[in-house]
Design a protein around this ligand. Sequence first.
Ligand SMILES: Nc1ncnc2c1ncn2[C@@H]1O[C@H](COP(=O)(O)OP(=O)(O)OP(=O)(O)O)[C@@H](O)[C@H]1O
Length: 634
Amino acid sequence: MAAKRPCGAMFPRSDHIREIENVGMGMATGRDEIVVQSWLRCLEQHQLDPAQNCEAFIVPDHKLREHRQQSEELINIARSGLEHLFQQVAGQNYVLLLSDRQGVTVEFLGDPLFDNNLRKAGLYMGSEWSEGRAGTCAVGACMETGEALTIHQTDHFDNTHTPLSCTAAPIYDMRGSLNAVLDISLLSSPILKASQNLALHLVNATARRIELANLMANTRHEWVLRFARSPEFLDVDPEAAISIDPNGRVIGMTHGGAKLLARASGLDWRRPETLLGQPLSLFFDTDIDSLPDLTRSRPTEERVLFARDGNALFAHAIEPNTRARRRMPARDQIPSPLRRLGGDEPSILALQAKAAKLARTRLPILIQGETGTGKEYLARALHDGSGLSGRFVAVNCAAIPEQLIESELFGHVPGAFTGASAKGRKGLIEQADGGTLFLDEIGDMPYTLQSRLLRVLAEQEVLPVGASEPRPVRVRIVSASHHSLPEAVREGRFREDLYYRLNTATITLPPLRERPDFDWLVERVLKRHASEGNNPALSKAAILALKAHAWPGNIRELDNVIAVATALCEKGHIDLADLPEHLSCEGETDADAQALRQLLVACDWNVSEAARRLGLDRSTVHRRMKRHGISQPH
Ligand SMILES: Nc1ncnc2c1ncn2[C@@H]1O[C@H](COP(=O)(O)OP(=O)(O)OP(=O)(O)O)[C@@H](O)[C@H]1O
């Protein structure tokens, strides 16, 4: 969807265009250098025309989902920082945008009162603010320069954006690459650019805290060294941090950390690869063996470190978490798509570690598990964690009519059969070339096709329908079934040789009712359905009801229940009343019914009072009464 932005420029249009054109011809202007450089990039590199108004571009929903999924870890880490920042500027009409490294807004906090205007102005979820797309703007210029900045009103290149004032700060990942941009914007602002100085300070501070939280979340087994210029802030709000491996080499840093290392060594922070892997002693007059002297066991003002450029800093060394290391031997080797499969419980970690090892191979993998346990989700994660460059193609063998499945999978040459496409068609197997083919419900694959699939696996080639020459394909096969394949083999419905080829490596997903990381999954699904302004928590009673349920539909059922509850709940609280009836009353016994009756009698059949004493809302109590056939005697 693309919406046209309002054209209410605060500066006469022709003057604005003329000024940009003059800059393009090398004439001086009073603007900040960062604005001038961005205008020049827009003219020369992005070939934008200042006389041509752009539309706010909002990526389609499915694309937004992809962008959000890719940034899920960042969004989760950043959320509390964003909410804190939003509270700090509450009532001042600021909007907060978190953009991913393509400039797409993946998280948004704004006043719903101005929803329509914000959407029109492109200050909204899914809007793309890269410089090539939108011209000079805070997010785009921040992405290009890697620096925090304000693009105020007529600093914008595109005339349609000139009412806006936008301030952005970069968020770097631990390896020094730009990971995201945090932007704070106003639909209308005072004329003076200096009015945004405080906003600049706030976004910078929030970006720094998000980077620090990211570094801490990803550094459990290494030393972390945090820095501040004053001892008072060292333990509570450090300015920079780095992580150090057991050999004393720098392996991660916040942006402040990168700048500090660069300053100390005379290297360039824009080339993070020159900083990473270097020994600590290149930057400071210390080494890994001396780090215990900088832990909290000593008073802050005594924890002083000298950088190689002569500057003194206060430092706080945090020891590696050895307990976590023992418990999670392979966690840091698990690619992040696979880490997102579950929590930190040993059996789930073992499952992730196994998946991580298999992801790196090209072996066929068979995934088993009840319906809705996440077999396709795991297949995708295996693909994302495999480093394969081709596509992930999913096929549900039970959903394609038997007469079509052959040409769907293998493709066909022109005119291969009545109704075949005149141009011929690439089959799904070829579409997955270089990537992963996920065959869901493989047990439903027609017997005759099973031998052809075997050939694909054995020979790495595919023979389209009607073709005489096979075509080479390199495809990784992941299959899944919630039927028992050995049983299908015994009954002669599934080829034994294919079964043995497919199940060289098997991963079995536990049903939800047996998952030790149930709480983690509930939290994750809650976050998935949270949106700006609706980020609910579960009441105790609701948690108990979720735990008591048997979840025959597994994670899919949980996902649906939470989606509905999130939509129904009020005041940021999911209570029993927001859960489906069969779930909220589950596990109640006759004794519970009797207790409820006694309570109602004690409350003189005042349902509100009974609800208050139970900590439930009235509709839940009414529902329980109905279920147990309890009513006030007349
Ligand atoms: N580890 C997970 N974390 C969060 N959500 C998950 C996880 N695993 C699965 N899901 C969600 O649960 C739902 C069902 O997952 P999926 O379709 O992968 O299950 P399945 O086992 O392939 O189901 P079926 O057997 O019916 O094909 C999806 O909405 C998916 O996003």
